[in-house]
Design a protein around this ligand. Structure first.
Ligand code: NIG
Ligand code: FE
Length: 417
């Protein structure tokens, strides 16, 4: 099966140096000033063979070729699909009541402290059967794919007991099988202390390490290990202990850090060789100093800051320090009930003062790296998966975040179809 897309107004995030040298260069983290450019080819064609990108070039050098299907993309752009590296997309229903409580003045932490928040979602998840959980999660996945997402990470963390965590991870595995986009699974039992362990925190930590981790790893249900390192949740020492336990099973850390406080989460993440440290509302010189020279990707989740009404991540400070940044949705029922990446791009531009190019680099190449999927997604390069966005008529890259609240996607190509 060959798909030929012609007359592409702008082919974005395309590996141009491959055309000259035959070497793919768009698999490396994009940092600092390099974030402000996106390689593009105007008036281009793109050939897809089966599920993969085959070749591309300028229309004035379109080779004679046969294709089973042709798409004319005049006035439109083609981009690699978004890579959303942080979501909690498997959950059992909304928490709109808490949304109203927050409007009336309660904080996220106050709601959590009285048994709402993550514990509220855990109660509902444990009461829901696996099939129903799978069906509503699949619907969410299809919705975000229609908004451009073509690779995604999904966490557990609303089970908070062996059975519940396994239920979530099995649902994620079923999504991997049915949804046809790359999915990474993260084990997040250390999301909150369940009520039953309120006065026995050590008991819960030991249950994660000795009871859950061996089964989760034994069944190959997770790729990564996450901890909500935050005041009132898991402290730095416990985070380090849990991450080391995860490493023993080959689960790389990918953690929640510095959302509500200067928790030391960034430093402990870097110390434990985390693939990424995510949230980062609270980032100062010490956190930037820890990240510089490390291989840990800073992942910003401004959708959560937007929805909770807290201050935004200091993206400029992080970029101007020469670091890479990644953006991800944090799709979850409490702090960000949306996996809409185009809207996230608008928030990143208007609130974090990222340029459209910086924001799009952060959800393509850098998003793929934050899931170790850079060999197969994140840019347009030969041999990568043909998970592509074909936009509606779009005058510029900036128009995508500018036209906020509207879906830029006309159609998605997933695995070349
Ligand atoms: O990333 N901060 C911790 N976890 C989620 C929220 C989970 C919830 O409220 O259900 C987050 O924001
Ligand atoms: Fe999260």
């Amino acid at each position: 099966m060959r798909l030929l897309i012609t007359n592409i107004d702008q082919l974005q995030q395309v590996d141009l140096s491959y055309l000259e040298t035959g070497v793919i260069t768009t698999n490396k983290p994009i940092s600092g000033p390099k974030l402000s450019t996106i390689p593009s080819l105007s008036n281009a064609w793109l050939l897809v063979e089966n599920a993969f990108i085959h070749s591309y070039g300028s229309m004035n050098a379109l080779p004679e070729t046969t294709a089973d299907k042709c798409i004319d993309a005049s006035g439109k752009m083609v981009l690699p699909a978004w890579c959303d590296s942080h979501t909690h997309l498997v959950f059992a229903g909304p928490r709109d009541g808490e949304f109203v409580d927050r409007i009336k003045g309660l904080s996220y932490e106050e709601i959590a402290a009285r048994g709402g928040g993550i514990l509220n979602s855990a109660k509902r998840l444990n009461a829901m059967d696996e099939q129903a959980l799978y069906e509503q999660s699949l619907e969410r996945l299809h919705n975000v794919m229609a908004q451009g997402t073509g690779a995604i990470e999904i966490k557990s963390g609303y089970g908070l007991c062996l059975e519940g965590e396994l239920k979530m991870l099995r649902v994620i595995r079923r999504l991997k099988e049915s949804a046809s986009i790359p999915i990474k699974a993260t084990f997040l039992a250390a999301h909150a202390y369940p009520l039953a362990y309120k006065d026995n925190k050590e008991g819960y930590i030991s249950s994660i390490i000795n009871e859950m981790l061996p089964v989760v790893a034994g069944e190959g249900l997770a790729d990564y290990m996450d901890v909500f390192c935050e005041q009132g949740f898991f402290d730095v020492q416990t985070t380090e202990r849990l991450l080391e336990a995860g490493w023993k099973y080959g689960l790389k850390p990918k953690i929640h850090a510095n959302q509500l406080h200067y928790s030391g989460g960034v430093q402990v993440g870097v110390k434990c060789n985390a693939l990424s440290v995510d949230h980062l509302e609270c980032v100062g010189d010490a956190e930037i100093g820890a990240l510089l020279g490390s291989n840990t990707m800073p992942v910003l989740l401004p959708g959560a800051a937007f929805f909770l009404g807290i201050h935004y991540q200091p993206a400029r400070k992080i970029i101007d320090a020469g670091l890479p940044v990644c953006l991800a949705s944090d799709y979850n029922p409490g702090s960000c009930p949306s996996g809409n990446i185009p809207l996230l791009l608008s928030i990143a531009c208007t609130q974090l003062k990222m340029t459209p190019e910086e924001a799009i680099n952060a959800v393509t190449v850098n998003g793929a790296i934050a899931m170790e999927l850079e060999q197969i997604v994140g840019s347009i390069a030969p041999g990568k998966l043909a998970n592509l966005i074909i936009t509606k008529k779009t005058p510029s890259l900036a128009y995508i975040p500018y036209n906020y609240g509207n879906n830029p996607v006309e159609r998605m190509v997933i695995n070349g179809k």
